[in-house]
Ligand binder design. Structure first.
Ligand SMILES: [Zn+2]
Length: 305
């Protein structure tokens, strides 16, 4: 039994690595801790010869290393999303002691509806307690942290510094299972923005009533502007970004577009060409130009509105 389980978990680790996802062993039958010493017990040898290294650094896609590690114990399989180009949205269920109400999955769907979505079908796993974890690909150049109950109640995110257990990992109370085998789609812009802890709170100018889901016309305008930003050659990026943000700001001013949605799409677009440092500057350009545009609302007639 022990050996069959060990082989099954080895297969899972190899499968994850085969997708280009970085894995590390977790103590058998548990979700914590990783099978590695803590910093205060660092022997200063081996991989830690030049200073303590953490499991995220050691997480690997190398099949030889994986074979060797999982030949010893039926370790559960952690995938490190940040390193693997993934971002995992972790929707919890309410604990039995909590009062009845929406669980994380309901909260996430409600948030998607408020932000104008979309919430694309993702590679999805279920947890032993009935939670669900949605695995998305991060946009290129985008470095997302972990968050706890930041984007919505009962919803955590796993990016750099965190891990998620691969389906097939087992705990005493059950197993993590694959629920939807869709290839991870790119994390939508509004979820990128929601997952950024410090850059997502810039004020949007005067307080307006929230705008419902955008019309098809407005949705196309948003996609078009975001596309122009993504495609801008390096010497013209600043100008392309302020032009696009101004144009979308005009739709915000006309109350046809939610400012959070516009900002999220533009922020996602600039992450395609940016480093985390320059992102701060570009996010400033986005907010300034959105505000400027919203003071000059676009007049839209007929079906568009
Ligand atoms: Zn160490």
């Amino acid at each position: 039994m022990h050996d069959a389980q060990r082989r099954a978990l080895l297969d899972i680790a190899l499968t994850m690595a085969g997708r280009g996802w970085f894995v590390f062993p977790i103590m058998p039958g548990r979700k914590w801790p990783p099978a590695w010493h803590r910093e205060e017990r660092c022997p200063g040898r081996g991989p830690c010869g030049a200073g303590h290294v953490v499991p995220e650094t050691l997480a690997t896609t190398d099949p030889e290393v994986i074979e060797r590690v999982w030949s010893r114990e039926p370790y559960n399989v952690a995938v490190y999303p940040g390193k693997s180009g993934l971002h995992v949205i972790d929707c919890d269920v309410r604990k039995p002691a909590e009062p009845a109400g929406p669980d994380g999955w309901d909260e996430l769907q409600a948030l998607a509806a408020r932000r104008g979505g979309p919430l694309p079908e993702a590679w999805t796993t279920t947890t032993p307690t009935g939670g669900r974890q949605l695995w998305y690909a991060t946009p290129p150049g985008c470095r997302l942290p972990c968050t706890v109950k930041h984007i919505a109640p009962h919803v955590d995110t796993r990016g750099w510094g965190g891990y998620a257990l691969a389906p097939g990992s087992v705990r005493q109370d059950g197993a993590y299972e694959l629920f939807d085998d869709t290839d991870p789609p790119e994390l939508p812009g509004w979820l990128v923005q929601a997952s950024l802890k410090t850059l997502s709170t810039a004020a949007s100018g005067r307080k307006k009533k929230p705008v419902a889901a955008p019309t098809a016309y407005v949705a196309r305008a948003v996609q078009g502007e975001a596309e122009r930003v993504r495609a801008a050659p390096s010497g013209q990026r600043n100008r392309a970004l302020s032009t696009a943000a101004y144009a979308l700001g005009q739709l915000v001013g006309a109350e046809l577009l939610d400012v959070a949605h516009a900002r999220a799409e533009l922020q996602a677009a600039v992450t395609a060409w940016n480093t985390p440092e320059s992102m701060t500057k570009d996010f400033g350009v986005i907010d300034t130009s959105l505000r400027a545009g919203s003071r000059n609302p676009r007049r839209v007639t007929g079906k568009a509105a």
